[in-house]
Every structure is written in C-alpha cells, then in structure tokens.
Design a protein around this ligand. Structure first.
Ligand code: UD1
Length: 421
C-alpha cells in the first residue's frame, strides 16, 4: 500500500490553461533505444514520471553514463561505457516497457538477458510476438529463472505479426535497425509512438520507412550516431485532461498537444455533446449541457485507444442514459468500474463489454487504484462526485502521469496528497 493517498472534493469545474507533458510510451521506448547508438544522445521533453526513473536506474545498472535533469526534462545518455547486457528481474518486473531492452541490447550487442516484464495487471500480456520477431531475425532464445536470454547476429527478414501489437512492433524494429540486410514488418502497429521511435532512430542514422502504416521497412545499418531528440507530447495525458474537463463541465485549453492524435477521442466527446476545438497545438474542451450516452469500442490506432477507455468509461457513468463500452485489446480492464460501484455507478460487466447506466450523481468514497489508467479513471470519478473521494495506492498514477494532481488543482480542482495510515 502506498504511503500517501489522493483526496478529492469533487464538483469543482476545471477552468483555464494547462499543458501536456512529453509522451510516456514514446519515452519508454526511446530511452532504451539510445543503447543502439555509439555516441551520446540527449532526449528532451521527457516526462518526470516513475517509469522514466526506473529506466534511468536500469541504464546505470548496465553501465551507461546518464544525467537526468528533471527541471529541464532532459536526459543525456552516453552508452559508450555500457558493460553489461543483463537487466535483472528485480528491475524488469517494475514495468512493462523493460521489454524494450531486449530489442535494443540484442540489436546493439548481439546478446541480451532480460527479466520478464512487469507492469499493470490489465489481463494476460504475453510477449510471444516479440520473441517470434527476434527468432525470425536469427536470435537464439532461452528461458531461465524468470529471464529471457537472446543471442545471435541478426539478419533481416519478413515478419508478419499475428495481431497488432505496439510493443512487439517497436521491439523488433529496435533489433532490426542494426541487423544485416532488410527487414519488413507487416501487420505493424501504427500508434504515434511507433512513428516517434522510428523518427528518433532515423535521426540517429537508421533507415526506417513506413512507420505509421501497417508495413514498416528497415534497411540495417552498421552504425548509429548520437544527437538530440525531442519526444512528442503524451496522447493519453492529453486525453485524460480532455475527459477531466468534460467530466467537471469545465472550460479548459490544453497546450502543447498534437490534435490529430486525439481525433478518436474528440469524435466521441463531440457525440456526447462536449464542445472540442483545436488550433495549432491547443485543444479547447468545454461543455454547456449534460452528457449524452454513447457506444464505444477500443481499437488499435487510429481507433479509440484502450488507454483512454478507463477514464472515458468513468465519465460515462454520469451520462444521461445507457452507454456501452467494448474493450477489445485487453481482457481485464474494467476494475476501476468495480471500484466506482462504491461511488454509486451503475455498471454491469459481461465479458469484454461494460453496460453503463448513467446516474445523476456519484458520491465520494474510499477507492483503490489497481492500475495506471484505472487510477486516472478514479481521479475523473472523484472530480465528478459529491463530497470526498480518497484514492488509495495512487502510486500507479505517478508511474505514468507527471504530477496529475498539480495540473488539475491549477485548473481549480480540489485535489491533494495526504499521508495514508
Ligand atoms: C502498449 C502500451 C500500453 C497500451 C497498449 C495498447 C507501452 C509501454 N504500453 O502496451 O499503454 O495500452 O500498447 O495500445 O507502450 N499481445 C500478444 N502477444 C504479444 C504482444 C501483445 O498476444 O507478444 C497482445 C496483448 O496481450 C494485447 C494486444 O496484443 O491483447 C496488444 O498489446 P500491445 O499493443 O503489445 O500492448 P503493450 O505493448 O503491452
């Protein structure tokens, strides 16, 4: 249990301007990817979140020289002093994205020993497609004591993923960048962070084409140089702030965004009667009327992101009527709705569908976060509810959101940390 809790007094409309931090999922791939380079890299616009600090520790464990300037949001990584290609289980189990060390270390050194990844419990999260890709590139694979051993010099080939997976697309792309010859990844994920990682690698000398489509072509190169790269803004934090504005009947301008990344969410909010507009890097969200219920189904990009399903389904518990949320990507991603029943939410969960009957009012209650985006969903619930909501185990939220409570309170929310007994 975390030593602090979040305390929210709801029903305060959010108003004003806020900004979005650098992308979590992009950063979690770009940081390990710097190991593919033979010179120092400077990564800018990194979010100051727990998962980035874990990667920092892993890089130090491997022997890299790292300077993380949190005030400037900049990490300088010099991979020339790396002495080890082993990421012990005690580090890998701290987060899902530790799996990117497999692709990066294998691609750079031809060997990697990485503990099984941890991360949020949102259902079964196998890595068979990552392994299939590494194996197709010529890696030998062994499993021992919770570790995955990869070894071999890699040669490009054609790899068709059995399902669309962000993690395997990026991981196999990392391994292929320095493989001999050409690699083609088909049925690849098209998420913005896949494109951003490819842009980072290309800016360091890689030859990757087609990122953002379902076919990615990689011509292996012998050398990646260093340089400076700025990661894109966080799509999911942007969406969470948009949903928070809509949930509190607020009027908020979010700066530093990429509005085209938000089209699936914006369309659903518009359907609910929320006004969403954008110009350049600013998105405005405001609402004058009650929310209409909707039907929503998660899909790979450019569909509705599974990571926003949880905050969005929290919002739907107060829409006027019957909503349906279908979760197609993960099989256990409704735990936040179970918690929200204690706040008066009316929900029936059957398989991958949540049937939500909107209620006029949620009541504050003590609830427990069980995963990152589910924790953010409980924050949305607390912002809407009457009275006081206490969120226990909010450490999950800090793993992926940079000071979410500070951003919300600067917009007028009554939210703060308190010691948890
Ligand atoms: C990444 C994101 C996560 C997001 C998810 C879907 C990071 C660090 N995390 O997670 O925030 O929710 O994409 O957008 O970027 N699958 C397999 N075998 C595999 C790989 C995946 O069966 O080898 C399945 C998964 O169980 C899941 C689906 O494919 O059902 C998609 O998973 P994937 O896109 O790989 O998600 P993650 O990389 O875990």
């Amino acid at each position: 249990m975390d030593r602090y809790k979040l305390v929210i007094r709801g029903e305060q409309p959010l108003n004003g301007d806020t900004y979005v931090s650098g992308g979590k999922n992009t950063s979690l791939a770009v940081i390990p990817a710097t190991l593919l380079c033979e010179e120092p890299c400077i990564i800018e616009n990194l979010p100051d979140i727990e998962d980035v600090r874990v990667l920092h520790r892993i890089l130090l464990e491997l022997g890299a020289k790292v300077d993380f300037n949190t005030a400037e949001k900049r990490m300088t990584i010099d991979p020339r002093s790396v002495k080890s290609a082993t990421v012990p289980f005690q580090y890998s189990q701290m987060m899902r994205a530790s799996y990117y060390f497999m692709g990066a270390l294998l691609g750079r050194y031809g060997t990697a020993d990485v503990g099984y990844p941890g991360g949020c419990d949102i259902g079964s999260r196998p890595i068979d497609q990552h392994i299939k890709g590494f194996s197709a590139l010529g890696s030998e694979i062994s499993e021992y004591n919770g570790m995955m051993g990869l070894k071999g010099s890699l040669t490009g080939t054609i790899i068709n993923f059995d399902m669309v997976t962000v993690g395997a697309t990026i991981n196999v792309m990392l391994a292929a960048v320095r493989a001999r010859g050409n690699t083609v990844l088909t049925n690849a994920a098209r998420e913005p962070h896949v494109v951003d990682v490819a842009n980072f690698l290309n800016s360091m000398g890689a030859k990757i084409k087609g990122a953002g489509t379902d076919t990615i072509r990689i011509r292996g190169v012998e050398h990646l140089h260093g340089g400076t790269y700025t990661v894109i803004p966080d799509q999911i934090e942007t969406g969470t702030l948009m949903i928070a504005a809509a949930a509190t009947r607020g009027d908020v301008a979010i700066h530093g965004t990429i509005p085209t990344h938000m089209e699936a969410l914006s369309a659903k909010l518009l359907e609910m009667g929320v006004s969403v507009s954008s110009q350049d890097d600013v998105i405005w969200v405001r609402i004058r009327r009650g929310h209409r219920p909707i039907r929503l189904s998660t899909q790979e990009y450019p569909g509705f992101p599974t990571d926003l399903q949880q905050p969005m389904s929290a919002l739907l518990t107060r829409a006027g009527g019957h909503s349906e949320v279908i979760e197609n990507i993960f099989d256990n991603r409704f735990k936040h709705l179970d918690e929200m029943r204690r706040m008066g939410a009316k929900v029936i969960i059957s398989g991958k569908t949540a049937y939500i009957e909107g209620v006029p009012q949620l009541r504050g209650a003590p609830v427990t976060a069980t995963d990152l985006r589910g924790g953010a969903a409980l924050v949305i619930a607390g912002l809407m509810a009457s009275g006081m909501t206490e969120i226990f185990n909010p450490g999950f939220i800090a793993r992926g959101y940079e000071r979410l409570e500070d951003k919300l309170s600067s917009l007028g929310a009554d939210i703060h940390r308190e010691a948890a007994e």
